[in-house]
Design a protein around this ligand. Structure first.
Ligand SMILES: *Cc1c(COP(=O)(O)O)cnc(C)c1O
Length: 385
């Protein structure tokens, strides 16, 4: 067996990327206006049956823009998953609003709808026509579920609560392009969905993002805000503060090529997941990533839990794999533990704390070879036995 390094997740750029990039260079369309931007938006919108799509410089900008478009204002509160990457919580703060961190459920590790319900029913009250957090007095306006690791959040209970309390739902679907919930595409279940095309995501544009929505007025407004809120194409007139958040034609060209490969990437990720599940089956103290019966997961990063009862730790496994040239990664420190978000409220948090201690993501690149994956499996088995 070889001992070459095995990375956690690398992009696979073996389709028409070169051809489309060359087209940009040959035609001089390299910046934020150009045919590939529109083509990329159309392709994603059609694939997801999403109505409208607006391309952005990255996923964080997509989230920020989506929050502004739905009317999130300073001192509003937004319910967001605590077990996730920091970007959605930061985007909430960019608006001057505050995150309320919601714990994960222990089966699929996603935002726990029970905790959301508990918070809304018991810790909030209807006041002046809006929903107020009893503790902070602030207005609760939106839910921002983050579909982590390729698997959807249980959305139906969230949608029901959003209807009951008149809240907006902005989905962070950055890790979930192509995933489904009850046959519907993740990112199209709420009011707006956000995607990322960072280098480690299932498809990449180097850096990039996308907002999708069925609401044409919101899409128009997102397009306006992400291009400096320019009101007149000739005279430089701006009624409000905008952002330079549009994706370039060069990046969109890569995106168009990557979209042609999406289905094959999803097949690879799902095959990798089932090979891990078979290869590690029966190992004591290991819990696998599961797929809910109503879910179609894209298994973005295949993740296992090294349960405390095993007497071994996920970080020991990380170190041991590292010594063999195999890259692995813990999940994020829950955001309610983040010094950057100190002082924000958390609902629960114990489950996320435990998951973040026990979880480790294993190499999951779409082009992971059978031989390399076998090496990872053997290394995990020998560490745990
Ligand atoms: C990657 C990611 C983002 C942000 O995307 P960028 O394109 O890196 O800005 C947001 N949320 C989650 C959960 C992510 O994994």
């Amino acid at each position: 067996m070889s001992s070459d390094p095995i990375p956690l997740a690398v992009p696979v750029l073996q389709g028409k990327e070169w051809t489309y990039i060359k087209e940009c260079l040959d035609t001089n369309w390299v910046s934020a206006i150009g045919p590939f931007v529109e083509k990329f938006e159309r392709t994603v919108a059609e694939r997801l049956k999403a109505g409208q799509a607006v391309a952005t410089v990255n996923g964080t900008a997509a989230l920020h823009t989506a929050l502004i478009v739905t009317g999130i204002r300073p001192n509003d509160e937004v319910l967001v998953s605590t077990l996730t990457f920091i970007a959605p919580a930061n985007a909430i703060r960019y608006c001057g609003a505050w995150p309320v961190f919601i714990d994960a459920e222990s089966t699929y590790w996603q935002m726990d709808p029970e905790r959301v319900k508990d918070f809304l029913d018991k810790q909030c009250q209807v006041k002046n026509g809006g929903l107020a957090n009893k503790k902070t007095g602030r207005r609760v306006r939106a839910i921002l579920p983050v579909h982590i690791l390729g698997h959807p959040v249980d959305m139906d209970p969230l949608l029901e609560m959003a209807r009951r309390y008149d809240l907006t739902i902005i989905e962070d679907a950055t890790e979930c392009l192509g995933a489904k919930y009850k046959g519907r595409n993740v990112g199209t279940l709420g009011d707006l969905g956000c995607f990322s095309f960072n280098g480690n995501k299932i498809i990449t544009t180097g850096g990039g993002g996308m907002i999708v929505t069925q609401n044409p007025a919101w899409a128009d407004r997102a397009r306006y805000l992400t291009t400096q809120a320019k009101d007149d194409p000739v005279e430089y007139i701006h009624q409000e503060i905008g952002y330079n958040y549009r994706l370039t034609n060069l990046q969109a060209a890569i995106g168009c090529a990557q979209m042609e490969e999406l289905d094959s990437f999803i097949d690879s990720k799902r095959r990798i997941a089932s090979t891990y599940a078979q290869g590690l089956e029966g190992l004591p103290g290991v819990q696998f990533m599961r797929e809910a019966s109503e879910a179609f997961s894209i298994y973005w990063l295949y993740t296992i839990l090294i349960r405390k009862e095993s007497g071994r730790g996920s970080r020991d496994l990380l170190k041991s794999l590292g010594e063999m040239g195999i890259q692995s990664r813990p999940l994020w420190k829950p955001l309610h533990r983040s010094p950057a978000h100190q002082g924000s409220q958390v609902v629960g948090g114990e489950v996320a704390d435990r998951l973040s201690e026990e979880a480790l993501s294993l190499p999951s690149s779409s082009n992971l070879s059978a031989e390399d994956q076998e090496r990872v499996i053997q290394s995990v088995c020998s560490f745990l036995s």
